[in-house]
Design a protein around this ligand. Structure first.
Ligand SMILES: [Zn+2]
Length: 94
């Protein structure tokens, strides 16, 4: 019985597989083997170079958003406004 190899040579990483790994790569979560395959593909594929750059910018942007997320004070105000608004709702039975 023939065994089908699960691991592929590094040059076999497709763009589709690459794209699925980008987030992990940017988070430094890839195994050394996968990272090698990833960086190899990155070095030969211009389309994926652009994609990674876009992802990097997006993650940076999202990171800034998270850090600058609604400050506690603003959140309290928002919640207070929401509570006040809820109280003004007519509370009659159907
Ligand atoms: Zn590619």
């Amino acid at each position: 019985m023939m065994m089908i190899p699960i691991t592929k040579p590094s040059e076999a990483l497709t763009c589709r597989e690459f794209v699925e790994l980008v987030t992990d790569y940017l988070e430094g979560a890839l195994t050394p083997l996968l990272q090698d395959q990833f960086e190899f593909h990155l070095s030969i594929c211009e389309g994926c170079q652009i994609y990674v750059e876009q992802m990097r910018q997006t993650l940076k942007f999202l990171g800034q958003l998270n850090e600058a997320a609604i400050p506690t004070e603003g959140k309290e105000k928002l919640l207070a406004t929401f509570r006040a608004w809820k109280q003004t709702l007519p509370n009659k039975a159907p």
